[in-house]
Design a protein around this ligand. Structure first.
Ligand code: CP
Length: 329
């Protein structure tokens, strides 16, 4: 029986190496369905409550796609103004009600800790799709899954990895979750490149130190980086007190082909959780990198469906039945 059966997935703190291996093994088996080589109806009749109280493209749609590819149906609520939260209903009550209509719930909300609070009222598993600046555990899993695959291409594994994280490391929840997950491995080196005001929070630095890993902090992209991964991020404008405040930092850490060639190894894999801010005054990941074979951003988004299919299968206890419900394409 899976340790995830009936469990909420709220934080990467829940995972150890065995859990990650289990999720990734199940994710590998989902490729035949995302490639439409086969079809399964293992979740026929099941309903995903997909609640997004903050903007999202990838996470919301890939949760829905993952559930549909397992044969289930998706009911969406998008935006606080379209829900009774706008009338003052508590997260607890909303969870209590919607968990009567769903077999599993995925949720994004602007407040740190909100998904955990919601889960206390839920009678079905809840998956955190991002709670404010706090965590984004499924993004961290898909990022780690991508890193594993990209390194395997170069006959490497994750132990001994050097990762550079660049940009808004204060408000970027994906880098918080990913850094914590990487601490489970051996001899990880982190280079954090961010304006001093947007540096990695101390509690993450403490986690890294306590796990016996090394980190360097820089406030500019000056120098040569022998990083295996360059993980670029967007300035999280929506978490600043004002747009003007965020604008002080937008465009500070641009990456384009020339900058990449100057500062990184020819094999450095370029990642970004997306969305990338492509407006001219930000442009943290230039379109001139689109043909660079080391740009992994769209492999990340594809991997998101595999990892989310695995999480649904494990949380609902069908990971060993998926093949039994295969149908002709
Ligand atoms: N990476 C990510 O969370 O993207 P969305 O905001 O589009 O879901």
């Amino acid at each position: 029986m899976s340790r995830f059966l009936g469990q909420h997935i709220l934080s990467v703190n829940q995972f150890d190496l065995d859990a990650i291996t289990q999720i990734f093994n199940v994710a590998d088996t989902m490729q035949v369905y995302t490639r439409r080589e086969k079809r399964t109806t293992v979740l026929d009749g099941a309903i995903l409550g997909n609640l997004f109280f903050e903007p999202s493209t990838r996470t919301r749609v890939s949760f829905g796609t993952a559930f549909n590819l397992l044969g289930g149906e998706v009911r969406e609520t998008v935006g606080v103004s379209n829900s009774a939260l706008a009338k003052g209903e508590s997260l607890y009550d909303t969870a209590r009600v919607l968990s009567g209509y769903s077999d599993v719930i995925a949720m994004r909300h602007p407040d740190a800790g909100s998904v955990e609070e919601f889960s206390k009222g839920s009678r079905v598993p809840c998956i955190n799709g991002g709670d404010g600046p706090n965590e984004h555990p499924t993004q961290a899993l898909l990022d780690l899954y991508t890193i594993k695959k990209e390194l395997a291409f170069h006959q490497r594994d994750i132990n001994g990895l050097h990762i550079a994280m660049v940009g808004d490391l204060k408000f970027g929840r994906t880098v918080h979750s990913l850094a914590k997950l990487l601490c489970l491995f051996k001899d990880i080196r982190f280079t954090f490149i961010a304006p001093t005001e947007l540096g990695m929070p101390d509690y993450i630095l403490d986690t890294i130190t306590n796990a016996g890993h090394q980190f360097n902090i820089q406030d500019s992209l000056d120098g040569q980086f022998d990083a295996d991964i360059c993980y670029q991020t967007r300035v999280q404008e929506e978490r600043f007190p004002s747009k003007e405040e965020a604008n002080k930092y937008r465009g500070k850490f641009r990456l384009n082909q020339a900058i990449y060639t100057q500062h990184f190894k020819s094999k450095t894999v370029i990642m970004h959780p997306l969305p990338r801010d492509s407006r001219a005054d930000a442009n943290e990941l230039d379109n001139d990198l689109n043909q660079n074979p080391n740009l992994a951003i769209f492999r990340q988004t594809d991997n998101g469906v595999l990892v989310r299919m695995a999480l649904f299968a494990l949380a609902l206890g069908v990971e060993n039945k998926v093949k039994d419900y295969e149908r002709a394409v």
